[in-house]
Every structure is written in C-alpha cells, then in structure tokens.
Design a protein around this ligand. Structure first.
Ligand code: SF4
Ligand code: SF4
Length: 213
C-alpha cells in the first residue's frame, strides 16, 4: 500500500498565513486529510493512495511513495493507447487534475478514462462525481482552444496481463529472495506508519528553512 508524504515547506499554507488552501482535504474521498490546524494533518490508515490530493495540490507539496506523476506523464505519451486506468497506469483516475486532462488530451489527440472498475470500488461513486466536474471543465477549455478531441469515460474494465497469471510455488519462493528483503523491510516500516490510526499534523522546523527560502 502507498504512503502519502507531505513536504511542509512546500504547502502554501506554510508560505502564507493568509492562505486558506484546502484543495487536498476537499478532494479526499476518505477524509484522510484534515486542516483543523495550520498545516494538513494526514491519517495514513484512512488513506487509500488514490492520488486525488496529489493531483490538485497547487505546489506539489504532496507525494505518494509509489506513484510518480511525471513518470506516468512521459510513459503515457509514449503509449500507443490513450487509456488511463487504475489497473494500468494510475492508482485511480482521480490522480488527474483538470490541467492534466487538458494537456494529455491535447497531446494525445483524445483521452479515455476507464471507469469500468469504479462500480466495484469503495471510493468509485465519489471519484466519478468529482471527475465529472473536472472532465466538464477540461472539455470546455479544450473546445475553447480548438482541440477537436475531448476527454471521455468508457467502461473498458482494463485488466493487466499479470493479474491473470497463476500464482505458483516459484512465486512463493521468489518472495524470499535476498533482493526482496530490503523491500520487505521498507514495506514493514511503511505498514507501521500506516497503522497509526490518528491524524499526524505536519510542522515546520529549522530543517525546512532552506526549502522555505
Ligand atoms: S491519496 Fe487519496 S485517500 Fe490518500 S489522502 Fe490523498 S486524496 Fe485522500
Ligand atoms: S492542497 Fe497542497 S498547498 Fe493546499 S493545503 Fe493541501 S498540501 Fe497545502
């Protein structure tokens, strides 16, 4: 599972006492972010790693440890297809902001969001509602800049080829290969953080001074 990380010095609420930015908590389908304090507080046990908050943060203050939006962007541009799916290239279609939809659709001459898994997903209805608004805004602007193609939703229900591979004994023993031990340790530490069922508020200290400047 993913771990959501906040760089406090990048959050606009840290940069300006007058900032009322709340994009991250407003877009979270599981209420895993609260802004009761000055800076966002994250409850890792509630976070499902959809990247919805990462997509809308104006200052790239949030990041998931297992999803890199820039890597996705460039690999998507090299992909023959123009399909975005939670089973293919993003943790959730919520990982795309209005700006992402516009740029990807205009560069790829069309964009399909696979909503074929949303019906069986706990956050599916929330995400569909949120994405409807983003798609409308994106298509409105695409039309305004005279891009002929638009962003569309289709029930493709994409499945990765690996998802259908049978699990055999070799897979089991591979788990214990030395190269996997480091990863297992990292995963364990992550799970410890994720199991903390409380909101951890970020804070700014002297280690952030350079970044703040
Ligand atoms: S990654 Fe998704 S579930 Fe996790 S805090 Fe962000 S919006 Fe909420
Ligand atoms: S959306 Fe980004 S800048 Fe705004 S409060 Fe959340 S972390 Fe801070």
């Amino acid at each position: 599972m993913s771990l959501l990380e906040l760089s406090p010095a990048r959050c606009v609420r840290a940069l300006s006492v007058n900032s009322e930015c709340s994009h991250c908590s407003d877009s979270c389908p599981t209420s895993a972010i609260t802004l009761l304090g000055r800076l966002p507080a994250i409850n890792q046990s509630l976070c499902v790693g959809c990247a919805g908050c990462v997509a809308v943060c104006p200052s790239e203050a949030l990041a998931l440890d297992d999803f890199n939006p820039s890597e996705f962007f460039f690999s998507f541009l090299n992909d023959d297809e123009s399909v975005v799916s939670c089973q293919k290239n993003v943790p959730c279609i919520a990982a795309l902001s209005v700006e992402h939809l516009i740029s990807l659709c205009s560069l790829k001459k069309g964009l399909v969001l696979d909503i074929g898994h949303c019906g069986s997903c706990d956050i599916g209805s929330y995400v569909l509602e949120m994405m409807e608004e983003r798609i409308q805004s994106a298509n409105y602007l695409l039309e305004a800049i005279e891009v002929e193609k638009s962003v569309v939703c289709e029930e493709r229900a994409y499945r990765s080829p690996e998802a259908d591979e049978p699990k055999d004994r070799r897979d089991f023993f591979k788990t214990f290969h030395l190269r996997r031990i480091a990863k297992a340790k990292h995963d364990f530490e992550k799970e410890v953080q994720r199991s903390t069922d409380e909101f951890i508020e970020a804070s700014i200290d002297s280690s952030h001074t350079k970044e703040l400047r």
